[in-house]
Structures are given as structure tokens and as C-alpha cells.
Write a new protein. Structure first.
Length: 237
């Protein structure tokens, strides 16, 4: 029998959290606050550097207009994701936003962490945004049990080299790691790097099973399928 994974790497949107939360809460919050944020932080070197990246990727366009276009198309462009994370900070820290997690997620993450399994996040959302979501989640602050965060600065989610880099930074062989995502092309890339993979097919998100990879509807199903500990507390929320 294959041994259980030593690390689990989780995607966010469509995996730990509802697609609707990202699209109907997070994205509109950033869209509404964008102009004021750019005005207020005009002298911030971090913001200037990000706007420099926008100008390189969208030459000849007004940065705010390019950012709005990417937001409208849900494009996973690294400088857009970095700015969204900075804008969401105020929302999470004030309590205006709490990070959505499907109720089955936190009990499993806690049980897996207690068993010594390393837990990591890999999302198109920036590392700053990931820390905010899990630090201010509906299930409390989960950042103490998360040991690694990667975003598209590590590499694109549909390229195998990104997953090889994540395994290297975890100090594990890819085959000792399990990647969970709703997107089949991301799972293809992780599998090509040698990771074990599972598609989260959450009915409420309307995800369609790819048939190319193992598929589970919830984290407890993942636990049962891959030999990870079962949650010992009821679903949260
Ligand atoms: C707080 S993370 C925000 C999620 C986000 O911006 C996003 O684009 C989600 O992409 P994922 O790679 O997690 O599917
Ligand atoms: Mg996803």
C-alpha cells in the first residue's frame, strides 16, 4: 500500500474556498477600492514597483484601466494579484471580510497538522492575500498550522516547474506531496512534476470532474482516499 503524503498543498478558489466568495466578495471589494488606494498610496515604493510591472505587461495603457480590464476578465496577472492583496488587507483587518472556507476544510487541516503533515498553500492570490484569508478565516486563524505559501511569483500554476520548485522549498520529493485543486490543468502540471494529485469537485462551485485525476467532493473524502487522518471534530461554520 502507498504511504500517506507527507505534505498537502492546497489551491484556494474552488478547493478550500467558494468560487462565489472570491468573485462576489473579494473581487468587487478590490474593484471599488482601487482608485482610492492608488491615490492614497501614490508615494509608496511597493505600489510604484507594482505599477511598473503593470506598465511592462500593458504598454501604452493607463495602469488603472489595465488593472480593471484584468479584474473584469479574472486574469491571474501577478501585479494585479499583488495589488488586490494589499487592498484586501484593510477589509480583512477591519473585520469587513472574513475568509470563506468550506466547513469540511478546517477540521481536516487541523487533524492533518496534528499528525505532522506539512500544509502549504499555492494560489494565484498573492501570498499576502493567502495569509489574510487564512489568518481571518471563518474557522479562525489557521496560519499557525500552515508552513508554506506560494503564489505566481513561484511560477505559473499550469507549469510543472512551479511544482518542482514548491517541492524543493519544502525539502520533499514531489511524490511525497499531494496537490489539491479544482482545475485539471493545474493537476496535470503537478502530476507531471511527480506530485500526487486530487481534483476537488465541489457541487456548489459547479466544478466538473476532469476524469484525468482522482476526484473528491470534500476534504474528508480526500483523507479517506489518501490515507490521511480523518477529522475528529464536526464541520466548522
Ligand atoms: C485570498 S486568495 C484570493 C484568491 C484569488 O485572488 C485567486 O485568483 C484565486 O485563484 P486560485 O489559484 O486559488 O484558484
Ligand atoms: Mg482554484
Amino acid at each position: 500500500m502507498t504511504s500517506p503524503p507527507r505534505a498537502v498543498v492546497c489551491d484556494i478558489e474552488g478547493t478550500t474556498s467558494a468560487i462565489a466568495f472570491v468573485k462576489e466578495t473579494l473581487f468587487p471589494f478590490a474593484e471599488r477600492a482601487l482608485d482610492g488606494f492608488l491615490r492614497d498610496r501614490a508615494d509608496d515604493p511597493e505600489v510604484s514597483a507594482i505599477l511598473g510591472e503593470v506598465r511592462v505587461l500593458a504598454p501604452g495603457r493607463e495602469p488603472a484601466e489595465a488593472l480593471r480590464g484584468w479584474m473584469a476578465g479574472d486574469e491571474k496577472v501577478t501585479p494585479l494579484k499583488a495589488l488586490q492583496g494589499m487592498i484586501w488587507r484593510q477589509g480583512f483587518e477591519s473585520g469587513a471580510i472574513r475568509g470563506h472556507l468550506w466547513p469540511d476544510v478546517a477540521p481536516c487541516l487541523r487533524a492533518w497538522a496534528r499528525a505532522g503533515i506539512a500544509l502549504r498553500i499555492y494560489s494565484s492570490g498573492s501570498v499576502e492575500a493567502q495569509r489574510l484569508l487564512f489568518g481571518h478565516s471563518e474557522a479562525g486563524d489557521l496560519t499557525p498550522i500552515l508552513s508554506g505559501f506560494d503564489d505566481t511569483r513561484t511560477g505559473p500554476k499550469r507549469e510543472a516547474t512551479s511544482y518542482a520548485a514548491i517541492a524543493a522549498s519544502a525539502g520533499l520529493a514531489p511524490g511525497e506531496m499531494l496537490f489539491l485543486s479544482d482545475v485539471a490543468e493545474e493537476l496535470d502540471a503537478a502530476a507531471a512534476a511527480g506530485m500526487r494529485v486530487c481534483q476537488l469537485v465541489r457541487a456548489a462551485d459547479g466544478t466538473v470532474a476532469s476524469e484525468r485525476h482522482p476526484a473528491c467532493a470534500t476534504f474528508p473524502e480526500v483523507a479517506a482516499r489518501f490515507g490521511l487522518p480523518a477529522p475528529d471534530e464536526p464541520p466548522s461554520g
